[in-house]
Design a protein around this ligand. Structure first.
Ligand SMILES: [Zn+2]
Length: 354
């Protein structure tokens, strides 16, 4: 998920830029991870963010998009900056330049490409003011209280989130990859699991309710799962988390934001965000954006939708046996290139490579 932010004075910024359309042109290090299936089992990118913006009536020419915040360096957040003019700057979190630069080919093992950034001014944020929000160090980016950038470490070096004011007293927190699944945020002591949810809340066809007991069978804490999230950061070496202890502390603080009725937390990898909130793709800003999320009730609609991705127990009526069913199917399966599903080797062949 990438977000277009428009400041009170009309300045346009992106928070993240998705994946590049020609994903086979990422650096050799990233392509090698793809080949080995590390954190990624397939890709289908039909349009880049710049293309989507243009289609939706937002220009990306010189002077249009002031800057792109890279929440962190992972390939599915940095987009393709060559599709933006050099006047669009890149804003990164603390420690980024020391740890990540230079890119490939100057550093053959880098996940970044030099071409990702050399034509753009890069601004690295430093959190030096005493401002803190919800336990995170913060920067009042426009100095008017409309956009706070938060230092949210753990997932990757320089990982940042954005707290965007949507009305005088409501905010959207762009959580990036602080965690990847809403079941890492919820349930919590502040947002306990209800007795049951409706099919609609699960994003399924309308129908009767579904007892939450049926989901709790997959919860590592059993009954205690009513007030504990399903997941914590992975402790497996080589996982997507740079430091799981720090990541868990960051997510614990995010649960406080999630519990607040005036804050909508949007994780970059929560499919419900793209299903419940209006997306820019094809709609442009005409859709009105997500600023009115509170009066539209989108936080409530999004809250338990992730349960639909979990396995659940079914059956048992009339003496029939109970058994598991899988959660929702993945949105993308396999490698897609030129509108066709292809094998991984064909998917990763660079332009012009035999
Ligand atoms: Zn990431």
């Amino acid at each position: 998920m990438a977000f277009l932010i428009i400041s009170p004075t009309g300045k346009k910024y992106l928070f993240d830029a998705g994946a590049r359309k020609d994903y086979w042109n990422y650096s050799p290090m990233i392509r090698e991870r793809f080949r080995k299936g590390v954190n990624v089992g397939g890709m289908r990118v039909t349009k880049g963010v710049a293309e989507l913006l243009r289609e939706g009536g937002v220009g990306v020419e010189e002077g249009e998009v002031e800057g792109v915040f890279w929440s962190h360096w992972h390939f599915d957040h940095i987009g393709d900056m060559s599709t933006f003019p050099s006047s669009t700057k890149i804003i990164v979190g603390p420690g980024f330049s020391d740890a990540m630069l230079p890119g490939y080919p100057a550093n053959p093992d880098s996940p970044l490409l030099e071409s990702d950034y050399v034509n753009h001014e890069m601004q690295e944020l430093t959190f030096t003011t005493p401002l803190e929000i919800g336990g995170f160090r913060a920067i009042d980016y426009f100095a008017d209280g409309s956009l706070y950038i938060l230092d949210v470490p753990g997932h990757a070096i320089g990982h940042i989130c954005a707290l965007v004011r949507t009305t005088p007293d409501t905010f959207v927190l762009l959580g990036a990859d602080a965690c990847h699944f809403a079941g890492s945020l919820r349930p919590s002591v502040w947002v306990p699991l209800p007795e049951s949810v409706t099919r609609e809340e699960l994003g399924e066809v309308q129908g009767g309710g579904c007892p939450c007991e049926d989901f709790l069978v997959s919860h590592p804490r059993g009954k205690e799962g009513r007030i504990k999230p399903w997941y914590s950061a992975s402790r497996t070496p080589g996982s997507a988390y740079a430091d799981w202890r720090v990541a868990d502390r960051s997510v614990e603080k995010l649960r406080g934001f999630d519990a607040c009725v005036d804050v909508l937390v949007c994780l970059a990898h929560d499919p419900g965000v793209g299903e419940v909130l209006p997306v820019f793709n094809g709609e442009g800003i005409k859709g009105g954006g997500i600023g009115k999320w509170k009066e539209r009730g989108w936080k409530e609609k999004l809250r338990w939708r992730f349960l639909g991705e979990l396995p659940r127990m079914v059956g048992g009526e009339g003496g029939k046996g109970r058994g598991w069913v899988r959660g929702r199917e993945p949105i993308v399966e396999g490698w897609w290139r030129g509108g066709k599903r292809v094998g991984v080797e064909e998917a990763l062949r660079r332009d012009g490579e035999e």
